[in-house]
Write a protein that binds this ligand. Sequence first.
Ligand code: FAD
Ligand code: DLZ
Ligand code: SF4
Length: 518
Amino acid sequence: MSRLVLVLGDQLSPGLSALRAADKARDIVVMAEVMEEATYVSHHRQKIVLVLAAMRKFAKRLRAEGWTVAYTTLDDARNTGSIGGELLRRAAERGAAERGAAERGATAVLATAPGEWRLRALLNDLPLPVTQLPDDRFLCGEDAFAAWAEGRKALRMEYFYREMRRKTGLLMEGAEPAGGKWNYDAENRKPATADLFLPDPYTAPEDPITEAVLALVEARFPDGVGRLRPFRFATDEAGAQAAADRFFAQALPRYGDFQDAMLTGQRFLYHAVLSPYINLGLLDPIALCRRAEAEWRAGRAPLNAVEGFVRQIIGWREFIRGIYFLAGPGYTARNALAAERPLPAFYWTGETKMHCMAQAIGQTMDEAYAHHIQRLMVTGNFALLAGISPQALHEWYLAVYADAYEWVEAPNTIGMSQFADGGMVASKPYAASGAYIDRMSDYCRHCAYDVKRKSGDGACPLNPLYWDFLMRHRDRFAGNPRMAQMYRSWDRMAPERQLASRASATAILAQLDRGEPV
Ligand code: FAD
Ligand code: DLZ
Ligand code: SF4
């Protein structure tokens, strides 16, 4: 009897383990556009278009390669609305079609384990025999990560990354790292200046499948989150490769230098903007790393850029996924700093006088993209300092970015950005005052607030909120050697300045509690 082979919206890889294990001649691929996946958070509308258009094109490709694909569109009248419902419906159809199926037992389902606990549980609970195969598109499987983590007092990305370098041989000269150093991050912190040449972002040409999905999403989600057009994303492997070509030719050489920089109106800088494609399965992350290494070996990109790129992918990306599955399904509920404030409404509109926040949120709504430093040091930092609920923030990040799936978004938000996992991902909180934003960007020059003012009217809100955060959590962080200097600075501050700072923070937090923008 034939089996059903589930391919989810972020499993669009021809070499997917479930497809490799299936029999093209007999088994049936099941793909389904369903409201449950489109609405478990209020996804940005461009993200919905990206996933659905890419699913349609992948199904077309599979059919051209000889697979039988049972594909459900969002507007199909028989659509049950959920992945579980669609599998049961397809299983019932198979049972009816294949004589004697009932006696031989229920139709079996073959899947690659989803990147989210919610869907893994759903598949486990289905009244069908389901096999979930490991997702071997990742370098480090869940068991291998658990073995690496076993017995370690702290899990630090740097040591994990070195293992991955050794495992892949990427940027290695025998047993030694290329250039003699594992990590060139210290060279990757140059602020951007407005006279930099900046490459244009990749924009995919229009095509009928994407246009049809854009029309569908416009009709089904008229009040949904985010701008819908212009829609830049590629929705198939060839388009994703074209975006990668652009990155390697135009941005990689300066990727390292300006990795932490931010510039008004410049939404992409030298970033890859490839995470939406990598996470869907349209690009192979290790092949991208090999290509980056080849650029360095050919003398077309410096080592600090290439090492930085490779580290983000085989270091951070793999480490983050390892943490998500190691920590278990309760990870997203963690709240080590007991932060309970609701998410301010301006996270959905960008309507705030804080120029850094308005820039990061505005471009997020327009592009379903913001680069790492905007996510970590602007929207993430504000939420951390203001004591916003990590769960509310987690839902926001999961919703608004085209690359957001829980396995990658949650450890970045709950762990790296909010320290809500108590230090599993980060060794100290990524908390910063306005001085950091001023150093790394031109934002403060365009802001209604004064970054140099520490308290009172017109002072940059991050300044008093920063000290307030440190004081609220003094018991937890004062003993951290990487933070001791900041506590000493506070203790040396004149008492009247301390009082003014705390009073300003209290006023800003009260403003947030009244639902007023800052
Ligand atoms: P580049 O800066 O050009 O980096 C190259 C690649 O490295 C990326 O495409 C990505 O695949 C990988 N990478 C870099 N940093 C990370 C990281 N910390 N974790 C995982 N992969 C990384 N990334 C997501 O893919 N999905 C998310 O939902 C997501 N949510 C985030 C939430 C917060 C609060 C923070 C601080 C970071 C989050 N990140 C997430 C990580 C990072 O911001 C994005 O991967 C990156 O901005 C994607 O843009 P890019 O392709 O231009 O990346
Ligand atoms: C994100 C998403 C969306 C918007 N829609 C679908 C869908 O209709 N069908 C589907 O199979 N997958 C979709 N996805 C991706 C899933 O939510 C993703 O597979 C899980 O979050 C696991 O990472
Ligand atoms: Fe952001 Fe403060 Fe600078 Fe304004 S002054 S852009 S709020 S850091």
